[in-house]
Design a protein. Structure first.
Lengths: 80, 347, 35
């Protein structure tokens, strides 16, 4: 799971700020310090990344990933 | 949509305008920077590359390059490459006259560049009257070269009284060339101030443009027309000034300002030759004043939520009052026309 | 008796869980930087 190549993310005081150059548009996400931009980079399977999140927050993070995917901020994944 | 995250303050701008040089091979009559000769003491290649590194470390998402004509700087492509290597997205405002096949091919190698070519009329006559003889044809040629690549390309037009009637034709022209259209607001800065009375759109033209924009959702405005934004265009862009909150400006000599239209000593936020980018963004009193700007005179207006007082730069240039409210907002245009009609009847 | 009753009322009250992160989107177009 990775960001779409046209998107960027950085940490802010309220949480995460996403930028999509195709809009352009900004997405403000109030995750506080729960997630860092690194969560959205690399090749590690999503389940492994989620395992490092506090159990009480995993549902919310999954919900956020679904929303980001729906809005086009994530790279399309090939399903073999 | 609230602006509360914007009001909370960001640790860096989302994007910034970087006027890399005042050198320009044209002398457009509305130029916001009075471009032509390079400024005295423009940033060196090393200073420019250091700034790119600072922008990267501060995670600025995008740099909008302007000037002058950016391609007049011999090292401009090197500056661009430095941005792209760091994942910084770029948009270049160019007059198009220095774009040839080879240069366009080099630019097309990056997926991180967008280009806008300035044109100020749908006809050779109108465009060249503002930008100079022969510019229309060169700009069209540049657009054709760009449109044949995957570089996101747009035509940028500054709305003046001379071209206001040609905007729909410019939209069609952009479509036929396979590019998008961006219409920017004319502001009384630089040569624009010198020629303000001659070039400014009339209130009636601004209203007509606002109506046309309402029906033209795919026309961009660079966030410059939020004082005219109709209800139909809500959600298509900013509804407040982003200076010092979402964006800022770097001038050719490394001075920083709230925006490109306030590049004067009065609004100098700091110098990159004396402080770091981060220090200026965080500590500048000028930026702090813009973050705390409240345009009280507009708060009772029914459109306040749609424009939050409009453009402080235009208010400054026309009324010497940064918080005086936008003199060309939709409400003031309507009032101005009504007053003129009353006066005409009385006469 | 009354204490038991109020304890029951408190204990059966559903805890309010924040299910989603607050998210807001803002369209921009250069923020006056493309002219």
């Amino acid at each position: 799971m990775q960001l779409h190549p046209a998107c960027r993310v950085r940490q802010e005081g309220f949480g995460l700020l996403f930028y999509d150059s195709r809009g352009p548009r900004l997405l403000f996400v109030e995750t506080g310090d729960l997630l860092t931009p690194e969560f959205f980079s690399g090749d590690e399977p999503v389940d492994n990344r989620l395992a490092r999140i506090a159990p009480a927050s995993r549902a919310r993070v999954l919900g956020l990933l679904a929303k980001l995917s729906e809005k086009g901020y994530l790279r399309e994944q090939q399903i073999c | 949509m609230s602006n509360r995250y914007v009001e909370m303050g960001l640790k860096a701008p989302v994007n910034l305008t970087w006027e890399v040089s005042l050198a320009c091979n044209l002398r457009c009559s509305h130029c916001l920077s009075s471009s032509g000769e390079p400024a005295h003491g423009e940033l060196s290649r090393e200073e420019a590359l250091d700034l790119v590194e600072q922008l990267h470390r501060n995670q600025v998402f995008q740099v909008n390059f302007g000037g002058g004509e950016p391609f007049m700087r011999p090292d401009f492509e090197e500056i661009l490459d430095a941005c792209h290597q760091r994942g910084i997205m770029t948009c270049i405002s160019t007059n198009g006259t220095l774009l040839d096949e080879a240069r366009v091919a080099r630019l097309a190698k990056s997926r991180l560049v967008a280009i806008q070519v300035s044109m100020d009329g749908a006809t050779r006559e109108t465009c060249d009257a503002i930008r100079g003889r022969g510019v229309y044809d060169k700009a069209i040629e540049a657009i054709r070269l760009l449109a044949a690549t995957r570089i996101p390309t747009s035509i940028n037009t500054v709305l003046t009284t001379q071209n206001a009637g040609e905007i729909p034709a410019m939209y069609e022209m952009a479509k036929s060339l396979g590019v998008s259209l961006r219409v920017s607001r004319f502001r009384p800065s630089g040569r624009g101030a010198d020629n303000w009375e001659e070039l400014r759109p009339t209130p009636a033209q601004l209203l007509a443009f606002s109506d046309w924009l309402a029906k033209s959702g795919d026309v961009r405005t660079g966030d410059s027309f939020f004082s005219l934004t109709s209800q139909e265009r809500q959600g298509l862009g900013l509804n407040l000034c982003g200076a010092a909150k979402l964006t800022c400006c770097v001038g050719p000599t490394g001075n920083m300002y709230p925006c490109a239209f306030l590049q004067t000593d009065r609004f100098k936020a700091g110098s990159l030759r004396e402080q770091s980018f981060k220090e200026i963004w965080d500590e500048s009193e000028i930026y702090e004043s813009f973050r705390n700007l409240r345009i009280h005179s507009c708060e009772e207006c029914t459109r306040f939520d749609q424009c939050h007082g409009g453009c402080p730069a235009v208010a400054w240039h026309l009324k010497n009052d940064i918080s005086g409210g936008d003199p060309e907002c939709l409400e003031r245009c309507v009032t101005s026309i009504a007053d003129a009609n009353r006066a005409a009847k009385a006469a | 008796m009354e204490n038991e009753k109020s304890c029951q009322e408190v204990c059966t009250e559903e805890p309010r869980i924040l299910e989603e992160f607050q998210v807001e989107e803002l369209a921009i177009d250069g923020i006056c930087g493309v002219y």
